[in-house]
Design a protein around this ligand. Structure first.
Ligand SMILES: [Zn+2]
Length: 348
């Protein structure tokens, strides 16, 4: 398989005019420069990795306007949990599958999903992936027992104020899987105990204090930030530039209940409210999320798995854009997607 266009290559997304060749196993075989009609060319970039989702609440889209974070999502009686209890298992799985289909169509190859409901919850995510034809690699960061972590792809802890997590942390390490934990979303009180667990990554970090920034810097603990979620729940916004100076940031859309799981929307929002460069934000939306989960894609280089997003550079929205990375991050949307190359094609 091959595709021609302007290829945003490597970690710097350097525009290369030419052809990308993908082998039968779905790996990038070559990037060949050749002259093309650049004015009318497609834009080829890595497909997105959504670094933090809860697609389990896809049945609750836009419920609970005006409620606080606690009223919305706190177990056991937050609105989300009441709506989840009221829905059948089939309804929940079908709604999750629909979210995965939309994520695929909007250019996402993988998501790191914090999955509630123990082993049964992991099984529901697997069913949703199958129902969506495997279009998105939805990784289950399971919650509950160590068995759930074994069944899933890692452990996703709710927060260090909720429980101890020492045993789960140790078991996850022994299984060679990543351990992520929410921290600093509402206030700073759960950040130090979360860092004491030596997590592979933190989620949110809206309220870090100078000591926390130093600890993150010392241990290079990556952070998945979720700007739109933090805005709609009223907890504030992370100090993105200060965090980015100290560690790797990745980007997530968080609860489907609160936000459409479109990485285009998340990138645009972050680009326009922060000082981060478009290149940095595109990295957050691709390679940085991939690295949190140990995925081999998120960057276009020979030898890597090909998970690619092809945008129509001639669309009415993108036509004439002068800086492609800026245009992708700040302007592009699902309507500009020509093709998403998500999984290896059986016949190459
Ligand atoms: Zn979360």
């Amino acid at each position: 398989m091959e595709r021609t266009g302007i290829i945003l290559r490597g970690r710097e997304f350097t525009p290369v005019e030419g052809r990308i060749v993908v082998d039968e196993e779905g790996r990038i075989e070559a990037i060949e420069e050749e002259s093309i009609d650049a004015e009318n060319a497609d834009i080829i970039l890595p497909a997105f990795v959504n670094a933090h989702t809860h697609i389990g609440d896809s049945i609750a889209k836009e419920a609970g306007g005006g409620l606080s974070l606690e009223e919305l999502v706190a177990p056991p009686d937050g609105l989300k949990h009441r709506l989840l209890r009221a829905a059948s298992r089939d309804e929940l799985v079908a709604a999750m599958a629909t979210s995965l289909e939309f994520m695929h169509r909007s250019g996402t190859a993988a998501c790191l999903d914090f999955r509630e409901g123990d082993v049964a919850g992991v099984e529901m995510l697997e069913e949703a992936v199958a129902a969506a034809d495997g279009a998105v690699d939805a990784l289950a960061f399971a919650r509950g027992s160590v068995d759930a972590m074994d069944a899933g792809d890692g452990f996703g802890a709710s927060g260090a104020n909720d429980a101890e997590f020492g045993e789960e942390r140790q078991a996850t390490r022994e299984a060679g899987k990543p351990f992520g934990i929410h921290a600093g979303e509402v206030d700073a009180s759960d950040i130090d105990p979360a860092l004491d667990l030596e997590p592979d990554f933190l989620v949110h970090m809206v309220h870090p204090e100078p000591d926390h920034l130093e600890r993150i810097d010392d241990r290079n603990v990556p952070v998945a930030v979720c700007p739109r979620s933090n805005l709609v729940t009223g907890v504030g916004l992370s100090p993105y530039a200060e965090l980015a100076e100290r560690t790797t940031l990745a980007l997530g859309t968080d609860n489907v209940m609160l936000n459409s799981p479109s990485m285009f929307r998340e990138m645009e929002f972050l680009a326009k409210l922060s000082e981060l460069s478009a290149t940095e934000i595109l990295r957050m939306a691709t390679i940085n999320g991939a690295e949190l989960a140990g995925l081999d894609y998120g960057v276009i280089e020979p030898g890597r798995e090909a998970r690619l997003l092809v945008l129509d550079g001639e669309s009415a929205n993108l036509d004439g854009a002068r800086e492609l990375v800026r245009a992708v991050v700040r302007r592009a949307g699902v309507d500009d997607v020509r093709e998403v190359i998500a999984a290896p094609e059986p016949d190459g």
